[in-house]
Design a protein around this ligand. Structure first.
Ligand SMILES: [Zn+2]
Length: 261
């Protein structure tokens, strides 16, 4: 979905969201997860945090900006993609490789973050790389496969240079790398304070479709502007407060206005 700006030669803004959700365990929910029941000021629904709420908030923010007569100099595009929850291989990963995507001339993108249980917000400028290491048999079709070869012989001999020894040396390097990266992961880069709100910029501990944009050289920020909210992504009784949600829409309004001016 596109809204064309007055200067289509300028790089555009992409607002991405995924339309798939994770499954539910019905008996664990106190409300129908697919009815969006409004109870005590909260909307209960699968996707109310991750991330149908975000896709709808983009639309409402743009509707309000249009109604207020905002002058969009840059074009803004909204992508609603499938399969994020299973890795995005048939979703965003394919989309960013198409001519249709290249023609959008995306210069900057927003994608999902997570709500925060505290009064500040989280902005993600990077995320964990979803690598998997498989040492014995190929269990999954992504990742690194390690094969070690070594000396074999009779079990009564204390053999040296066995495949297991070599594999352990290799895994130890992986462990060291993981420890180094883990130190970076939980380091917050900086704080942004704007209009009385605090935004903590850090690395996302999960994986999102934003990585496919970053791999194309497009700066992408993961951001779900919902605070003072229990983290219930993928959990039972996922919900979001109405007041929190409306504040999130206003925040998008101001961000999208700035990014498209
Ligand atoms: Zn998500």
């Amino acid at each position: 979905m596109s809204l064309h700006g007055s200067n289509p030669t300028l790089p555009s803004l992409l607002l991405n969201s995924h339309t798939d959700v994770v499954p539910v365990t019905l008996e664990k929910w106190t409300h129908d997860p697919f009815s969006a029941d409004l109870v005590d000021g909260k909307i209960y629904a699968r996707g109310s945090q991750d991330m149908k709420s975000v896709g709808i908030a983009y639309l409402e923010a743009i509707r309000r900006l249009k109604k207020d007569g905002h002058a969009f100099a840059r074009s803004v595009h909204l992508s609603f993609v499938p399969d994020e929850e299973i890795g995005g291989a048939d979703g965003m990963e394919v989309f960013v490789g198409t001519d249709m995507f290249k023609a959008l001339n995306v210069g900057f993108a927003l994608d999902e973050g997570i709500p925060t249980p505290f009064p500040s917000f989280l902005l993600f400028n990077s995320e964990r790389a979803p690598w998997c290491i498989c040492c014995t048999i190929k269990l999954i079709n992504v990742g690194i496969k390690l094969t070690a070869r070594g000396n074999a012989g009779h079990g009564s001999v204390m053999l040296q240079g066995t495949a297991v020894e070599r594999l352990l040396a290799c895994l130890d390097k992986v462990r060291q790398f993981r420890a180094e990266q883990s130190g970076k992961l939980y380091k917050s880069d900086n704080l942004i304070r704007d209009a009385g709100k605090t935004f903590d910029v850090t690395t996302f501990t999960g994986a999102t479709d934003a990585r496919f944009l970053r791999q194309m050289g497009i700066p992408a920020i993961g951001f779900s502007p919902f605070r003072n909210t229990p983290l219930l992504l993928h959990d039972h009784d996922e919900h979001i407060g109405i007041d929190v949600y409306l504040e999130g829409i206003s925040i998008y309004q101001s961000i999208i206005a700035s990014l498209t001016s």
